[in-house]
Write a protein that binds this ligand. Structure first.
Ligand code: SAM
Length: 255
């Protein structure tokens, strides 16, 4: 059987594609991808021309079977998602499973990932949880499930990472301010590795203000790293701070 190469691609800056990824893409018999237009564009920039196989969220099962059959016949197939590391908030899991079931070798090529890129610049935001973190990715699109998710996450000792789209960033920052103690820090990573890259650390109670301060702030792709509650007294401290926050809000409303 052949080999399935799971290849990470850039999350913005094309120079982040590794030399090894370029070599593997150039040698592959075919490239399976989430969006053929998007990948054709990347390959053009790299000066490569390869047969593309569409393998997106809606046909991943059939695509996986097709890829597995070709791997069984000895082909070398690369799989790439639209951006970053396949399988991380992206399709890829079914293709990897089918390849393995077909007896093919599965070889991952490391590269760009929005969560790890933001984390690498999170600094002491990771201290409260002793360097540990939880990857959440996209929150549920349903308001109720989302709120429950956020409440549970807010109590966790370690830092946590969210992915967010521009049309929901305002709602998410407001929801975070509602469940977090005001001074809890959030790293907002916007348009990482791109021309308008921005990395800011804000307090939970100032996050919406930062977003509203400039219309450009709401544009692009976002990663959020939320500081953890820390160990032991975190619950009590959180409760006290929440009470203080509520009191401050109430006092501001009083005549
Ligand atoms: N597989 C990708 C990875 O390895 O990071 C993630 C794919 S997911 C469908 C897309 C989301 O990742 C975006 O909505 C955004 O939250 C985040 N993301 C991707 N590229 C980004 C970038 N350049 N800057 C900030 N966030 C980014």
């Amino acid at each position: 059987p052949g080999t399935l190469y799971v290849v990470a691609t850039p999350i913005g800056n094309v120079a982040d594609l590794s030399a090894r990824a370029l070599h593997v893409l150039a040698q592959a018999d075919a490239i399976a991808c989430e969006d053929t237009r998007n990948t054709a564009h990347l390959l053009n920039r790299l000066g490569l021309h390869k047969p593309l196989l569409a393998a997106h969220q809606h046909n991943e099962m059939e695509a996986a079977q097709h890829i597995a059959a070709r791997l069984a016949a000895g082909e070398r197939i690369a799989y790439v998602s639209d951006a970053g590391t396949p399988g991380i908030s992206d399709p890829g899991a079914k293709i990897v499973a089918a390849a393995r079931a077909a007896g093919a070798r599965v070889m991952p090529l490391p590269g760009a990932n929005a969560a790890i890129t933001a984390l690498s610049a999170a600094g002491d935001l990771l201290d409260a949880g002793d360097g540990r973190f939880t990857f959440v990715g996209f929150l549920s699109p349903k308001a109720e499930a989302r709120e429950a998710q956020l409440r549970a996450l807010a109590a966790r000792p370690e830092a946590w990472i969210l992915y967010e789209a521009p049309h929901r960033i305002a709602a998410t920052l407001a929801a975070l301010a509602a469940v977090l103690p005001g001074e809890r820090r959030i790293l907002i990573g916007r348009e990482l590795t791109k021309l308008f890259e921005q990395l800011v650390v804000v307090r939970a109670d100032a996050a919406s203000g930062w977003l509203a301060a400039d219309a450009a702030h709401a544009k692009g792709e976002f990663v959020l790293v939320v500081e953890g509650a820390g160990e032991s007294t975190a619950g009590e401290a959180g409760a006290t701070l929440n009470a203080q926050h509520v009191l401050a809000l109430l006092l501001a409303e009083l005549p």
